[in-house]
Every structure is written in structure tokens, then in C-alpha cells.
Design a protein around this ligand. Sequence first.
Ligand SMILES: Cc1cc2nc3c(=O)[nH]c(=O)nc-3n(C[C@H](O)[C@H](O)[C@H](O)COP(=O)(O)O)c2cc1C
Length: 183
Amino acid sequence: MPARTRNILIIMGSVREGRRCPAIAAWVAARRPTSLNCEVVDLKDWHLPMDDETAIPATGVYANDHTRAWSAKVAGADGFVIVTPQYNWGYPAPLKNALDHLYDEWKAKPLMLVTYGGHGGDKCAKQLRTVAKGLNMKTVWTSPALTITRAQILGAPFDAEHDLKRHVPKVKRAWRQLENALR
Ligand SMILES: Cc1cc2nc3c(=O)[nH]c(=O)nc-3n(C[C@H](O)[C@H](O)[C@H](O)COP(=O)(O)O)c2cc1C
């Protein structure tokens, strides 16, 4: 029997106006192995208030439709890619909120981390790796850290195809590790 096609959610960490994240997430998605189905998830589309669930997520008891919808979305995925900028040596709050809304839905699933920033976002990758361990996820070893220039951070044009070219081998290596972790 042919292997089932695996579904990967590519979760974008940034929700701010004028963000680079959609361009970078699309660039990462375009380098995926052909065996994987990918869907980019924009947390802007997911209304997840921080104060409206009374039970802790580890119980799996959700009072709200939006939490149940997020639960179904994540539970239906075989693995994840998080594409996120580094913000003040950490990662964006909406990403933590989206992770913390659930628990078992993430469990034992492979995760690939792609960070970006002036120095590649290595500090945010380290923090996310710790959080993913707390959620019992299987984070792949290779974590591409994409560098953007100071001028680009301040608004100079950014062309993912051109500006991220040198990161292609590492991104492909991370994808291969994710693919293998799904077996
Ligand atoms: C709130 C905030 C904090 C930032 N902190 C860092 C940082 O710690 N390190 C870094 O290299 N870049 C930092 N930057 C610059 C971001 O790497 C850059 O703006 C990037 O484009 C942000 O991703 P986004 O455009 O998808 O939101 C920060 C940007 C913002 C908006």
C-alpha cells in the first residue's frame, strides 16, 4: 500500500502589519519535499483569546468553539514547521499563545524550526526548542537561522528568492529530517 501523504502545518510566528513572515514562510514551503502536503497557518486568522478557557489545556476540555477549531486543526496535522522572527531575544507572543492553547494535540509530533532576524534568531530558536520539549514534540536537529540585513529590518526591499539563497542547503536538510521523523 502506498504511504499516506503527510500533512504539515507551517505556522507563522509574526502577526504584525508589514511583516516579512508570509514571504519567508512561502519561501520555506517552496523547498519542501514533494512527499509532504503543506498548509501555511496565519495566526491572524485564529482568534484565540488568552483569558476565556477555564480548564488547563492538558485536560483537553475546551469551552469555546474557537479553541475546539484550533484543536481540530492541530490534531489533524502530522507535523509542524514554525517560521518565526526573533523579537527581543525571544519569539512573538501570539505564537506562545497559540502553542499554550493546546497540549496533547502537539504531542510526539515532529517539528522543524526556522527563525530569522539580524543574526538569524538563534536565541528564539533555543527558547522554542525548550517549549517544544515541554509539549513533548520531536524537534529536528537542524534549525535554519535566516539572516536579514539591518537595512532590511528597517524597511529596505527584501526578496526571499535572492536574499535567502545561501540558506537553501540547510533548509532542505531540515526538511529531510522532518520527513524522516514522520516515518
Ligand atoms: C518587536 C520587535 C523586536 C525585535 N527584536 C529583534 C531581535 O531581538 N533580534 C533581531 O535580530 N531582530 C529583531 N527584530 C527585527 C526583526 O528581526 C525584523 O523586524 C523582522 O522583519 C521581524 O519579522 P516580521 O517582519 O515577520 O515581523 C525585532 C523586531 C520587532 C518588531
